[in-house]
Design a protein around this ligand. Structure first.
Ligand code: SF4
Length: 388
């Protein structure tokens, strides 16, 4: 007698696809294939865990990168030639532009937050192709960390769905949202950039479309017009991060210009996103009040009423880190003129031993009062959800 098979039929993938994917045919995409997109991300080299390569999502990603060189690695966490802070900025930028890592996310955990979002969902990526000088994402893998995409997106989506359903309806309004549980889906990267090479962002947006008690949320510094086709039906909040252009030119390396992010807001709203703004990070320096006033005036001038009616903002004062300060001095000391202000900042040892630097409570309180006054004067429609 034949023994019953315990594995999948030979013609079926080990990890059955939940989504309507095609491994072979790359999805037509206007922007991801453009020269503009390729200046940011032009993948030529892939480091991948074998299980990630074997997964449906891994196969789909690789089908779009037929010429990329592939190196198998035992873990996306330990790739000595990529990680750490040795090397100069030219190499970092090349790594971030040309290298992609594929891995499997082993621990799926949703953490409570309560500030920007109610919950932090397990991210579908880690790392970024952009190079903001204050970014905390490199804290574990080092500054040169390129995008790692997690290919077990079915498991991530199933985990989030279960978590949302277990909460039931939101019992009362809070600063995150009056009705929906808000899940941050992009804690350790930028979902707009991930979407240039992978459908993880699209799958998460599609999942939240069908979860009436919850909402996805992610901050971004990159305008990816391909996101306009994802039909979020109001269940995804995109938070465009903005800061005065004078700061962004020094600090927001490789991002979309701030004016471009603001100009994209009506298109994203019309495409079905909720559009908020992160006033972030607020960097204190001589003249900051004048430049923030100009930025808020610009928002008021260019945004149509329909964007203003639904907009809200987070204010996030700069937090810096001694280790990152040392790294930045090696490649971008001008950024440190803005970020490292010991007279106004105090240090605090974090749980993982890092020495974090933030404005002292007095400086922060006075600055937040000033910024709130600027908001009331120049953009009174911009409700502040929270300031940190
Ligand atoms: S866009 Fe976000 S994740 Fe990327 S480098 Fe800037 S701060 Fe870091």
């Amino acid at each position: 007698m034949d023994r019953p098979s315990t594995g999948p039929p030979p013609d079926r993938p080990e990890q059955e696809a939940l989504f309507d994917w095609s491994d072979a045919a790359p999805r037509p995409s206007a922007f991801a294939d453009s020269a503009q997109a390729r200046r940011l991300l032009d993948v030529r080299e892939v480091y991948a865990e074998p299980a990630a390569l074997d997964s449906p999502r891994g196969r789909q990603i690789m089908a779009r990168l037929p010429d990329a060189r592939v190196t198998e690695v035992p873990s996306h966490w330990r790739i000595p030639s990529l990680h750490g802070n040795d090397g100069n900025v030219a190499r970092w930028v090349r790594v971030k532009t040309e290298t992609l890592v594929l891995g499997v996310k082993r621990t799926l955990e949703t953490r409570p937050n309560g500030r920007s979002a109610d919950w932090i969902a397990p991210g579908a990526s880690n790392g970024c192709a952009m190079s903001c000088a204050y970014c905390y994402v490199p804290r574990r893998k080092g500054y040169a960390n390129p995008i790692t995409l997690f290919t077990n997106i079915e498991a991530i989506v199933a985990h989030v769905r279960r978590h949302v359903r277990a909460q039931g309806p939101k019992p009362e309004p809070n600063q995150c949202d009056p009705h929906a549980w808000v899940y941050d889906i992009g804690e350790n990267g930028d979902c707009s950039v991930d979407a240039l090479v992978c459908d993880n962002t699209a799958d998460l947006i599609a999942a939240f479309r069908t979860l009436p008690t919850a909402k996805a949320s992610f901050a971004t510094k990159f305008v990816n017009p391909d996101l306009l086709a994802l039909d979020p039906r109001g269940r995804t909040r995109v938070r465009f991060s903005v800061m005065p252009s004078a700061d962004a030119r020094v600090l927001d390396i490789r991002t979309s210009p701030v004016a471009e992010r603001i100009a994209a807001a009506p298109d994203f709203l019309d495409a079905g996103y909720e559009v908020h703004f992160n006033l972030s990070p607020v960097v204190l320096r001589p003249g900051w009040q004048r430049d923030w006033a100009d930025l808020l005036t610009h928002l008021d001038d260019v945004l149509p009423a329909r964007v203003k009616q639904q907009a809200a903002a987070e204010i996030i004062m700069l937090t810096h880190n001694e280790q990152l300060h040392e790294v930045n001095l090696g490649w971008h000391p001008r950024a440190e003129d803005l970020l490292w202000q010991p007279a106004a900042q105090e240090t605090k040892r974090s749980q993982n031993g890092a020495l974090n630097v933030r404005y002292s409570p007095d400086v922060k309180r006075r600055s937040l009062e000033q910024l709130q006054h600027l908001l009331t004067t120049h953009a009174p429609w911009l409700r502040v959800r929270y300031a940190f």
